[in-house]
Design a protein around this ligand. Structure first.
Ligand code: MN
Length: 466
């Protein structure tokens, strides 16, 4: 994560003389170095003290052009007349964090004089800078507080995570094997707008492109993949040939992703020509590596999953696609079973997943190998993205993942259960009013504050249900 950089820029002007500007540089470097040590999500790199319109434009153009730069932190050590920031900010394309802080923590009451006040006037300068950002209509993050406060560091870390996810999003390529499932509405969307707003380059490929690769997989490659499965999972089937079939699918996906630089994909069981099984185990194992996935041609959920996995990098917790399926509606104890036919990521497994082979019940294909397990418990969020026609909307709901109250011996899929918050009726009704999908990215690593920051910085409408 440290290969990505956030520029740290201090604002000032020429009015104060060389001595003061030297001190501004020393102090701001010290602060940038401190934050760099405390924030694992990106390198925080001190760049310069901006004194003029030309310098502001130069450094913000440089930040915008630098592919390693994922964001910019700006702080006014002294007063910095903000007209000098206009042209630079107009050309800034990276996420902006305005840090409202000071080099000194407490006031040196006994010693404070005019020189000290001249040097340390962010209360003055940051308001001037804030005005021009607001006047320009910039979606930025403002963080106020002493820069060594844990709460401030935490918010800068969040900014680093979200900025890194946005950078990843900007470069994300999504492969759709087959198209959107016939007649399904919520999974569909405007792929041009997705690329304009989030950078997602979403392209259709014939499933035959995967079949060709599947048919070229060697026995040796399959053995290696089977060894990977055996190391991670319990083999709980006599039908090893069915498992090998999934191993071939995964190997074919991996080759395709590498060649086409793909970070997220979709499939649809309506278009499996040339594949004997619906990809199950193959998709599950790939998802656990942070590759985005959406079933039924759901490219939005797939891309969102890849982006949120990047955001969650370095944190503890699970992040992946999940699908709403069926309920226990016992009054006051309502629980949802979120369990797709097959494609549940093993990141949600409470114990070691078992590889099993069973008929699917729909689709008319051979019984697919899949991972079977019970889900983890804990606090989480469910995030859904829908296309409203005029704009995209994110819906983010707090959920509580819970243990299944009873065994389900006749349901051979992965089973993740959660309680909708604050209570079933309020949570589910709001989700439905908001147009939330039956597909979501669920995370126990991210919070609604992370999603809110992502929504703000990408200028996306957000509905929070908490
Ligand atoms: Mn669905």
């Amino acid at each position: 994560m440290k290969t990505k950089t956030i520029y740290f820029i201090a604002g000032s002007q020429d009015l104060y003389g060389e001595e003061v500007l030297k001190q501004v540089a020393i102090n701001s470097q010290e602060m940038a170095n401190f934050l760099d040590e405390r924030v694992p999500g990106a390198s925080i790199s001190w760049k310069c003290v901006v004194r003029s319109s030309e310098e502001a434009e130069d450094i913000l153009v440089q930040a915008s052009a630098d592919k390693a730069c994922i964001g910019v932190i700006v702080w006014m050590h002294t007063f910095s007349p903000a007209k000098m920031w206009i042209k630079g900010l107009q050309r800034l394309t990276k996420p902006l964090l305005h840090l409202h802080t000071q080099h000194n923590k407490a006031l040196p009451y006994d010693l404070i004089d005019m020189d000290f006040m001249n040097l340390n006037q962010s209360a003055h300068g940051d308001r001037e800078f804030g005005f021009i950002c607001t006047r320009l209509g910039l979606n930025r993050e403002v963080v106020a507080g002493y820069y060594k406060n844990e709460a401030v560091i935490k918010r800068i870390q969040r900014f680093a995570d979200v900025a890194r996810a946005m950078d990843y999003s900007h470069n994300l390529r999504v492969a759709m094997f087959g198209s959107n499932m016939r007649d399904v509405s919520v999974t569909d969307g405007d792929r041009v707008e997705s690329e304009i707003r989030y950078g997602w380059n979403v392209n259709y490929y014939g499933v035959g492109d995967i079949v060709t690769l599947v048919n070229q997989i060697t026995e040796g490659e399959v053995e290696n993949k089977m060894a990977e499965y055996a190391e991670k999972y319990k083999m709980h089937t006599a039908d090893i040939e069915a498992v090998k079939e999934q191993a071939k699918y995964e190997l074919a996906f991996e080759k395709f992703f590498k060649k086409e630089r793909v970070g997220a994909f979709t499939d649809t069981f309506q278009d499996l020509h040339g594949l004997k099984q619906l990809p199950g185990l193959a998709v599950q194992n790939v998802m656990a590596k942070g590759v985005g996935f959406g079933p039924e041609g759901d490219y939005k959920t797939s891309a969102l999953m890849a982006v949120l996995c990047q955001m969650a990098k370095g944190r503890t917790g699970a992040t992946a696609f999940l699908e709403d399926y069926t309920y226990d509606l016992t009054e006051g104890e309502e629980i949802e079973l979120a369990s797709h036919m097959l494609e549940v990521s093993p990141v949600f497994a409470a114990d070691q997943p078992r590889v099993e082979v069973h008929p699917l019940g729909i689709g008319g294909k051979e019984p697919p190998a899949r991972l079977v397990f019970d889900g983890i418990e804990g606090k989480g969020i469910a995030v859904s993205m829908v296309d409203m026609g005029t704009h995209f909307r994110l819906i983010c709901a707090d959920i509580q993942l819970v243990k299944a109250p009873k065994e389900m011996p006749k349901l051979p899929v992965a089973k993740v259960m959660w309680k909708i918050l604050p209570d079933f009726a309020s949570g589910a009704e709001r989700w439905i009013y908001a147009g939330g999908a039956h597909h979501a990215v669920v995370s126990t690593a991210l919070t609604k504050e992370d999603i809110a920051l992502f929504a703000k910085l990408t200028n996306t409408e957000l509905v929070v249900i908490s």
